[in-house]
Design a protein around this ligand. Structure first.
Ligand code: AMP
Length: 192
């Protein structure tokens, strides 16, 4: 049984991935990152990787049908039994609705949604820095960075609004500060 499903939201560059790695230990939850899964497909040039290459390079979202199917396969694996930390999924309202149906079908529910917020100018600086350090193709170009931030603002923020209109607790957490400071804020918001 998935005892707790926590959704982690935050624009590109908000430190979502970094926090997720710490939080998976603290919450004893399986970290499921759709961005990491897609990057893995890209790096091994799988059939899916080849299909999504141009989408990711352009900072757009992979189609819902492809993303939802990948998430379903992942959430059917046994290591999610104790809890799941979903990082980067859902990214839009159709994905959120799909997740609701999937979880309800298995008798699970969402414990909370955590939203990391960081001002846009700081995000752009962080992403440019990450492109230099990690060589991530989707971070390399400022136009692509802006498109990814716009996609987040247009689609993912609407998805946060979707949860705010339901009974699921939504926690807005200040994402500026050291890794430890932000982790403490997130855990406190979840009541840990
Ligand atoms: P992330 O590491 O979460 O910023 O994701 C990197 C990229 O993977 C995004 O810019 C999208 O192209 C793709 N991606 C990740 N998660 C999703 C999702 N839930 N739906 C569609 N595309 C996604």
């Amino acid at each position: 049984m998935i005892r707790q499903t926590v959704l982690l939201f935050g624009p590109p560059g908000s430190g979502k991935g970094t926090q997720a790695k710490v939080l998976e230990q603290r919450l004893r939850a399986a970290h499921v990152s759709t961005g990491d899964m897609f990057r893995e497909h890209l790096s091994r040039r799988s059939e899916l990787g080849i299909k999504i290459d141009h989408i990711m390079r352009n900072g757009q979202l992979v189609p819902d049908a492809v993303t939802n199917e990948m998430v379903r396969d992942r959430l059917l694996r046994p290591d999610v039994a104790l809890g799941t930390l979903l990082d980067g999924f859902p990214r839009n309202i159709p994905q959120a609705r799909w997740l609701d149906i999937f979880l309800a079908g298995r008798g699970y529910s969402i414990r909370g949604v955590v939203v990391l917020s960081v001002p846009r100018p700081a995000l752009i600086e962080r992403l440019k820095g990450r492109a230099m350090k990690e060589g991530r193709a989707d971070d390399a170009d400022e136009a692509v960075i802006r498109r990814r931030l716009d996609t987040y603002a247009a689609q993912t923020e609407a998805c946060i609004g979707f949860y705010q209109s339901t009974k699921v607790p939504v926690h807005l957490v200040d994402g500026v500060g050291s890794i430890e400071e932000v982790t403490t804020r997130v855990l406190r918001s979840l009541g840990n």
